[in-house]
Design a binder for this molecule. Structure first.
Ligand SMILES: [Zn+2]
Length: 253
């Protein structure tokens, strides 16, 4: 399995990060894409990947951080993006659910990161909340050359088809176990090349939500639900989602 979206640098892993990584390896998570979404987190994530050969990085400015990080940081972000262990740009997009950053700042950073992704030839990891139409129309106009993933996908068939039309994949995590009907239908009907796994740990623990923190070793819970929806065996689900993730990130691993 490949966890295509995780925040191992998060403070909530400070006490037991090495155990969390070990547990994930033990259940068969072979690769983590660590999403480093603000300047301080990027610094921490680079230190973490230096200790762990199974961690790759996605670097960017989260929509909620876009109000406090000046656009001048783009030069530094470009340097980070050229590091051999960096496989994607993001998470970027727009979030109008929380108002942590003005809309103009969110859109400016979103457009800047789409341009950066094309410039360095990497896919983009998209975060959107309560901003679906704005985010999709910007993506459809920009058509990022290396594609990307709609992280934490929780939409319907129509959005799935729009994503497929621009070469985007769907990040499936804990939300898939929450019984959202439109999402279930979209995942049943999606072409199999679109489906990748993610945890977004420490957020969004899959059902049963008992641990109050998500971690990559819980990915088998997502696999179980994906198998129910697609009538796949776990082996099939793992083989398909792993191949899709490698394709998305042009992986040599
Ligand atoms: Zn995230």
């Amino acid at each position: 399995m490949i966890d295509t979206h995780v925040h191992l640098s998060d403070k909530r892993f400070d006490k037991d990060r090495e155990l969390v990584i070990d547990r994930a390896h033990q259940v068969g998570v072979k690769r983590f894409i660590e999403i480093a979404y603000a300047p301080e987190i990027i610094t921490r994530a680079f230190a973490l990947q230096a200790e762990h050969p199974t961690i790759s990085l996605c670097v960017g400015i989260h929509p909620s951080e876009s109000g406090r990080v000046p656009l001048e940081y783009l030069g530094e972000l470009r340097d980070h993006a050229r590091h051999p262990r960096v496989v994607a740009i993001g998470e970027t997009g727009m979030d109008f659910y929380r108002d942590y950053a003005p809309r103009e700042a969110q859109e400016a950073w979103f457009r800047a990161q789409l341009a950066l992704a094309d410039e360095v030839g990497l896919p983009v990891v998209i975060h959107q909340r309560s901003a679906l139409e704005d985010v999709m129309s910007i993506l459809e106009a920009a058509r990022p050359a290396a594609g990307g993933v709609l992280h934490c996908f929780d939409q319907d068939v129509a959005t799935m088809r729009r994503a497929d039309a621009i070469g985007f994949k769907l990040g499936l995590g804990g939300v898939l176990t929450y019984g959202h009907e439109a999402l279930d239908v979209a995942v049943r009907e999606a072409p199999e090349h679109m489906l990748v796994l993610e945890t977004d740990a420490p957020y969004l623990e899959p059902e049963p939500r008992s641990l109050r923190r998500n971690e990559p070793s819980l990915l088998p819970r997502v696999i179980r639900r994906l198998c129910e929806l697609r009538d796949w065996t776990p082996e099939q689900a793992i083989a398909i989602t792993t191949a899709n993730a490698k394709d998305l990130f042009r992986a040599a691993w």
